[in-house]
Design a protein around this ligand. Structure first.
Ligand SMILES: *Cc1c(COP(=O)(O)O)cnc(C)c1O
Length: 362
């Protein structure tokens, strides 16, 4: 059916799979004979318990999450995790952070309130356009964890090889790459992400945490909501969870499972990114801003090198039915976010448009 939808390249909240939106529409007035919408349901009801249980089980299947990890659904988006992580994990009051862009920078600023933060590597010198070599970092023995942002949504860099943590716990912000490629969960102590980039509605973070990192022995003044043990001991329902977002995420998990899982997603995402990067590498007008080896499959920033030209291109794309391509102000230019739900045809159509634009405006 044609709903008049356009190709939406937003960095987040972002494009959703259409079959998922249609299913939600069909269940809106009466969820499977319950006589009500999921929005109207008690989170303590049997029917809702099944929704959250299935969502967790399906995510475990998708990511092959080992049994000694908990899956937590927590409100407050990814930003709240910038604080929750140091509040719960800084036992020795010391953590190593790698600074690769706007989001790791924010996480660093927040963590500094709770302990000593060692920025062991940074790519600030080249406006966060690459991932620094982290194969042999200086990591103090009593470091509580090593923190990375695995895909920098604004700067468009991605980690293709994890840092050598020298046996320390690895914590990763996967917000803008969640479920975009297979992930060996056992290599991490904690993985988290806001879901509004690649999974569902804003306002929910998913935290995947190794059980031994969930501690009751933390500052007793920690607000009850900000303790991982609160969420772990109460099945993510200490208080009313973000019921609606969890329901939608569950639908996306099922959709991914029935479409080949994360291996298939990675293949499709590589195809899409290749179309964009091949174009940028051959274009005389546009160029990418990131070192080739560290380019993101999800967020693709590109510029003409001239602010006015950039603005004209953004306006032209919008008029042609491609939306949200304006780059973030810290990079400028344009940015195409091509999350799981963006079809290959959307990327091809954008590249065709940009090629044509270049030919006409050379
Ligand atoms: C969007 C984003 C965040 C912040 O997410 P909120 O849910 O808005 O708090 C954090 N980290 C990364 C990598 C992001 O892309």
């Amino acid at each position: 059916m044609n709903y008049g939808r356009i190709y939406n390249f937003s960095a987040g909240p972002a494009i959703m799979p259409e079959p998922v939106l249609e299913e939600i529409r069909d269940e809106m007035m009466n969820y499977r004979g319950s006589g009500m919408c999921v929005m109207e349901m008690s989170h303590r009801s049997k029917v809702y318990q099944q929704i959250i249980d299935e969502a967790e089980a399906d995510l475990r299947t998708l990511m092959n999450i080992p049994d000694n990890y908990k899956v937590l659904f927590i409100q407050g988006g990814a930003t709240l995790q910038f604080a929750m992580i140091p509040m719960n994990l800084m036992k020795n009051g010391k953590a190593v952070y790698i600074e690769t862009g706007a989001w790791s920078k924010k996480a660093i600023a927040e963590a500094k309130k709770y302990g000593e933060v060692i920025v062991a590597a940074s790519s600030k010198d080249k406006n966060y356009s690459y991932i620094p070599d982290c194969s042999d970092l200086d990591i103090p023995e009593d470091t509580d964890y090593v923190y990375i942002c695995e895909n920098e949504t604004i700067h468009g860099v991605t980690w293709n090889e994890l840092p050598n943590t020298k046996g320390h716990v690895l914590v990763s912000d996967q917000s803008s790459m969640f479920l975009s490629r297979p992930c060996d969960v056992s290599r991490y102590g904690l993985i988290y992400g806001g879901v509004q980039k690649n999974i569902g509605p804003a306002g929910l973070a998913i935290v995947i945490i190794r059980e031994d990192l969930i501690s009751e022995d933390i500052d007793p003044k920690t607000p009850i909501y900000l303790r991982y043990d609160t969420h772990a001991n109460n099945g993510s329902m200490y208080n009313t969870p973000n019921c609606w977002a969890i329901y939608v995420c569950g639908k996306v998990f099922k959709y991914l499972l029935s479409n080949g899982g994360l291996t298939a997603m990675e293949k499709k995402n590589q195809q899409k990114a290749q179309i964009m990067y091949d174009f940028l590498d051959s274009s005389k007008m546009f160029h990418g801003t990131v070192e080739k080896k560290d380019r993101s499959l999800m967020n693709i920033p590109f510029i003409t090198g001239d602010k006015d030209k950039d603005a004209a291109v953004v306006a032209a794309t919008k008029a042609a039915g491609f939306d949200n391509l304006k780059g973030h102000k810290s990079v400028g230019g344009l940015r195409a976010s091509v999350y799981n739900a963006m079809p290959i045809e959307g990327v091809q159509a954008l590249v065709d448009f940009l090629k044509d634009y270049e030919a006409k405006n050379a």
